[in-house]
Design a protein around this ligand. Structure first.
Ligand code: R7I
Ligand code: MG
Ligand code: MG
Length: 344
């Protein structure tokens, strides 16, 4: 049996690589897909996954590029690593800004780009103020917090209060709307719970219950709690992907995407009709992309949770070869684990 330390290492790697792979493999579907006569998005994504394996030699050297999801997640991880597991708002904000200014073509959200340059400006006195000025002072509820938060879910051991606090505060650098930062809190906790779950005794209902407890504590309006309760019912009835989208959404906004990622993870623990893939990571990412809409982000968030649960062994080898940014994710996962375990 693998030691507890090597199991944790596998799960750290699985989560960050799962997030990168979901982003890279989901991104080609982000702007809609031309379906063949009688085809469904799900059957197209299944074919894509199957051919990814078969064409691995032909694909050699070909990378599926990552987008803003990974660009920002890497900055979150780099900042936590640099600050030895502590959250430093200025350091993280500067990294977001530099990453954006170096590679502005990564497909960033339409509004966040207005404030990213200012986050690196030392003259800005209150580093949270640019985000607070957005949307007439209400702040963004885009899913940009949730999409980048996996490293926070990993780096705080089983100290849930710290996970919640760092997820909320670091998201407020760009998303000051309660729905925006609470969505990131939910996603970070989902990664954390998956990381520490026992796959043998795992109970999806208990997982949702734990998330409900967190959201009951942190949210004032009950938006995520209500959706979590609906999700718990959906897990009993196996709805179509259209029904899932109707209930949980597939948009670029936090409360209409993050729960779809959580649902994708929970649903795909079991086989799914229409997805004849035995590997659970592959099934999860395929399912998440099949929800259409914000495919890179929903697949990335689902991949982060699933990877924390299954570990790196369950990530298909061919993904490692074709997804840009996988090697860096592996390295950051190992560095985060070292910090969490108290090493250098
Ligand atoms: O949240 P954010 O970083 O975008 C992330 C998404 C992911 O899907 C990425 O893959 C990338 O494609 O973008 O960026 P924001 O600009 O803060 O939010 C994204 C979008 O959500 C905005 O451009 C708005 O269309 C919408 N949005 C809102 N619309 C109305 N009212 C966010 N907040 C609001 C709001 O308060
Ligand atoms: Mg993106
Ligand atoms: Mg997206």
């Amino acid at each position: 049996m693998a030691s507890a330390a090597s199991r944790l290492k596998s799960r750290f790697r699985g989560s960050l690589v799962g997030a990168v792979a979901g982003d890279c493999l989901g991104a080609p579907y982000e702007c809609g897909t031309q379906l063949p006569e009688g085809g469904t998005l799900m059957s197209e994504v299944v074919k894509f996954m199957q051919n990814l394996g078969k064409n691995i030699d032909k694909e050699k050297g070909r990378k599926f590029a990552f987008t803003d999801d990974t660009a920002m997640a890497r900055s979150v991880a780099a900042s936590l690593i640099h600050c030895k597991g502590k959250y430093d708002a200025r350091d993280m904000a500067r990294r977001f800004s530099e990453e954006y200014l170096n590679e502005p073509f990564r497909g960033y959200g339409g509004n966040v780009i207005e404030i990213l340059p200012a986050l690196g400006d030392p003259c800005v006195k209150d580093i949270y103020s640019p985000a607070e000025s957005q949307f007439n002072g209400k702040g963004s509820f885009g899913n940009g917090g949730g999409m980048r938060i996996a490293p926070v879910g990993l780096c705080s051991a089983e100290n849930l209060d710290r996970v919640i606090e760092i997820a909320r505060e670091s998201t407020k650098l760009t998303h000051s709307n309660e729905l925006g930062y609470n969505g990131a809190v939910l996603q970070a906790c989902a990664v954390n719970f998956a990381l520490h779950a026992d796959p043998v005794t795992f109970n999806p209902d208990g997982f949702v219950e734990s998330l409900l407890k967190v959201m009951g504590r942190v949210e004032s309006d009950g938006v995520y709690s209500d959706k979590l309760k609906r999700m718990r019912e959906m897990l009993k009835t196996d709805p179509t992907t259209d029904d899932v989208v109707e209930e949980l959404g597939n948009e670029v906004i936090a409360h209409l995407s993050i729960l779809s990622a959580v649902y994708s993870f929970l649903r795909c623990i079991q086989p799914v009709q229409g997805i004849p893939l035995e590997n659970a990571m592959e099934r999860t990412i395929t399912y998440a992309i099949s929800l259409d809409g914000d495919t890179d982000t929903i697949a990335s968030m689902a991949g982060a949770i699933a990877g924390a649960f299954y570990g790196i062994e369950e990530v298909p080898k061919e993904w490692m070869g074709v997804c840009e940014g996988v090697d860096d994710a592996m390295e950051q996962a190992d560095q985060l684990l070292d910090i969490m375990l108290g090493g250098d």
